[in-house]
Design a protein around this ligand. Sequence first.
Ligand code: AMP
Ligand code: ZN
Length: 671
Amino acid sequence: MSESIQHKIEQLREELHQHNYNYYILDEPSISDFEFDSLLKELQNLEKEYPQYDDPNSPTHRVGGGITKNFPTIQHQFRMYSLDNSYDFEDLADWEKRIEKTLEGESVEFVAELKYDGASISILYENGKLQQAATRGDGFQGDEITPNVKTISTVPLKLKGDFPERFFMRGEIYLDRKSFDKINQSREAEGLDPFMNPRNTASGSLKLQDSTEVRKRNLTAVLYQFISDKLPAETHWELLENAKKWGFKVSEDHAKLCKNLKEVQDFINYWEENRHQLDFDIDGIVIKVNSLQQQQRLGYTAKSPRWAMSYKFKAEKVETLLEKVSYQVGRTGAITPVANLSPVLLAGTIVKRASLHNEDIIKKLDLHEGDYVYVEKGGEIIPKIVGINLEKRDLFAQPIHYITHCPECGTELVKLEDQAAHFCPNDVHCPPQVVGRMIHYVSRKALNIENLGSETIEQLFREGLVKDISDFYHLSKEQLLPLERMAEKSAQNIINAVEKSKEVPYEKVLFGIGIKHVGETVAKKLAKNFSSIDELKNASVEELTSVEDIGEKIAQSIVEFLNNPENWEMIEKLKSYGVQLVRGENSQEVISEVLLGKTFLFTGKLSLFTREKAEEMVEKHGGKNISSVSKKLNYLVVGEKAGSKLKKAKDIGSITILDEQQFLDLIGNKS
Ligand code: AMP
Ligand code: ZN
């Protein structure tokens, strides 16, 4: 019986490995996603029932699940070198001359490959199984990130065919543009800042602690180098072909075997022109000597192989007319100048606008009206102006004068010493700022009114249906229905969600009403120390600053906000609708009294929980947090790299020092 179970499990694994290969490497799926998922489910169930047959390379391990706190450092058995760079064909010709000299005039074949713009990786295979994966690090040692790499579908967990017993595959992990956009879309929906570019996102993803999250990022791995003590072939090209047969996605897919440098140049020219047709980013071409025996004779410099060369594409730059500078007012009141350009093709997309960031940048460029500007697209997504064609400047052209008043509401702009941007101080009436506060109010961490999106809010504001956040509470279905793309059902959902937000606790409402400098943490502290918004309104700056973590600036801002008659009127309205502006019982939820009368302080880098969470736990168990080490302190909980506080506590002697786990044990919490 058990033998047949084991056999069944192995058979399922084989089948799933093969389907994975068909789908991701050959791009020829032979079953539907649904069938694949059912097979996977079946395997998962069997493995759960018979854990004695588990295998770290089972396809079920791809879905992630493990948490890695610290990635161990490992030595690379074979050093991971950099590549020498070249920027034009002359550099390449020089390189060829150097090679010919060493090889005494032998003819040389080259392999030209794409230079994938991601993070390099080294993966060890033993007996056809993925053993270990590591980042490049400094080339001598890197971080072991095996669980994260296993989640990448294009990385085979088990090889097929006639593979060598032990070897490393080197390659690049990258994020295709579609997956990158998808990640950013969902980040924006969650109110998070978008990531800058696919490369950084790919390398950042490899270091995520939760491998389930890595899986969601949808990374790709392409392998371009085989390394071992024994070489099972004579040329690099053959090695790539073999690797493909064993189940790898290899660089050969977009590479060319070139008889001479002329063919290399054609390849470069082709991709420099057509790189935007790829669905991922490349930043150049890598050229390698094909013969492994020749590679060996050429050897290495201190930093890079002499048998390989990278050819870097120039950052793309075009010239176009600056039509005008316009100014956007952000949701926080910050002003961003934008260059409106005559449309021009750059890096595969039509560019019409470029950010100018702030007044200093405009001054530094010495931008004039009607200038012809150079626009460049580097690794970033938003193009930027890098210079001006002065030859084309009109003799009478005027320098760009920065605006002095808000284009949305006409208020005079202010600029703080320590900030680069100007902003509009009219936070109560400036339209984008009002809308910004409404969007903040409904966001997940505030009142969490899910069904009310930013577009709907903008429409409601434009139509005059809501003037401030309290107006959400008297919206009717009849008012909503005429809006664009508003169906009966979504209108009802909005009404329901608004109604439900009346149950959201006081501390979240405090965060949601958008007092400047009052973030989530400060709102919590305020709610704990002032039991209602009325009490908060009556508090003086001195009373406010006596609360831990609340400084002068925050206190001022609170007093100003709550004493502004219009704001207070809005708050009165919120109260009348039943929004929670008084502390409820459940916001001071008590779990136990084990820490009653005890004081706590956390120091160092915590890894099991955040400081905020820790302090919350202390309170929920009856303890108190204090902010400095003194005789009054009972417990100091130390994370990694604790410094002076730990030393001081030891000196005092009466303080109990705990690590994070010991703290959890103390409150009887294993999570
Ligand atoms: P650089 O970081 O600009 O010095 O370029 C060297 C890096 O290019 C290597 O560490 C690899 O991660 C990366 N690379 C991308 N594509 C290839 C390729 N086809 N062959 C070799 N290295 C590549
Ligand atoms: Zn304004």
